[in-house]
Write a protein of this length. Structure first.
Lengths: 144, 84
């Protein structure tokens, strides 16, 4: 298991080198900052220590639930312009279904409950802190 | 009295005007601490007088307003987590 919380860009190719060796299936997902509604960037704040611990706990939950042979979670914080990679998850399992489901499970949690707070930046300057979204909560219900 | 590191994130940090502070308190619970801080000045009141939109952690574990502070070293106040 590898969990990284960092401000720097990540090198997906380097991170995936050797990942999931011996597994039958590897799924990777990369999320980019989306430029909806005049958004130019996101400012993402985290809680050093707690954020890493929460991500490790949830990665372990994915390993236990889906029988993963390996898992990688990378999440950035700080000032991220539209188009920038913000996060990546990779899951390795014997079969593809477990790898896909585990990646989906991790993403639903990362998008709604992970200890991050984000603020939208537009051409007019910093906007409001983003509130929890109902559809993100609904997405989590799938795993209960 | 005990000494706690109190941390603030997102709009709570902005309203308080600082990311952390050291607090001497005899508060028994997180909620008692929040009430004590809210009574300090306008900045703390703006951040902590309405706790419905505030979540807490004690020593980096999610907690509740009635969580006891006995033995705690770090308390954090923040908005509901929104993910990345």
């Amino acid at each position: 298991m590898r969990v990284l919380v960092q401000s720097e860009p990540f090198d997906a190719t380097a991170l995936l080198d050797g990942f999931g060796a011996g597994a039958g299936a590897v799924v990777t997902f990369t999320g980019l900052v989306r430029g909806d509604g005049g958004l130019t960037a996101l400012d993402i704040e985290h809680y050093p220590g707690m954020t890493e611990r929460a991500l490790r706990d949830h990665a372990q939950a994915a390993v236990d639930r889906f029988g993963l042979t390996d898992v990688l979670v990378v999440h950035r914080h700080g000032h991220l312009p539209v188009g920038a990679p913000i996060m990546m998850v990779a899951t390795a399992a014997r079969h593809r279904r477990a790898a896909f489901d585990a990646a989906d499970f991790l993403m639903d949690w990362l998008k709604s409950r992970a200890p991050f707070w984000k603020r939208e930046i537009t051409a007019a300057g910093p906007g409001d802190w983003v509130a929890a979204a109902d559809q993100d909560e609904a997405a989590l219900d799938r795993w209960r | 009295m005990t000494t706690l590191d109190v941390l603030y994130f997102a709009w709570l940090r902005e309203r308080i005007g600082a990311p952390r502070e050291r607090v001497e308190t005899a508060a028994a619970t997180v909620g008692d601490l929040a009430a004590e801080l809210a009574a300090r000045d306008d900045r703390h009141a703006a951040a902590l007088s309405d706790l419905r939109a505030v979540r807490v952690a004690v020593d980096q574990q999610l907690a509740a307003m009635d969580t006891p502070l006995a033995g705690a070293r770090e308390v954090a106040f923040f908005p509901p987590m929104t993910g990345g």
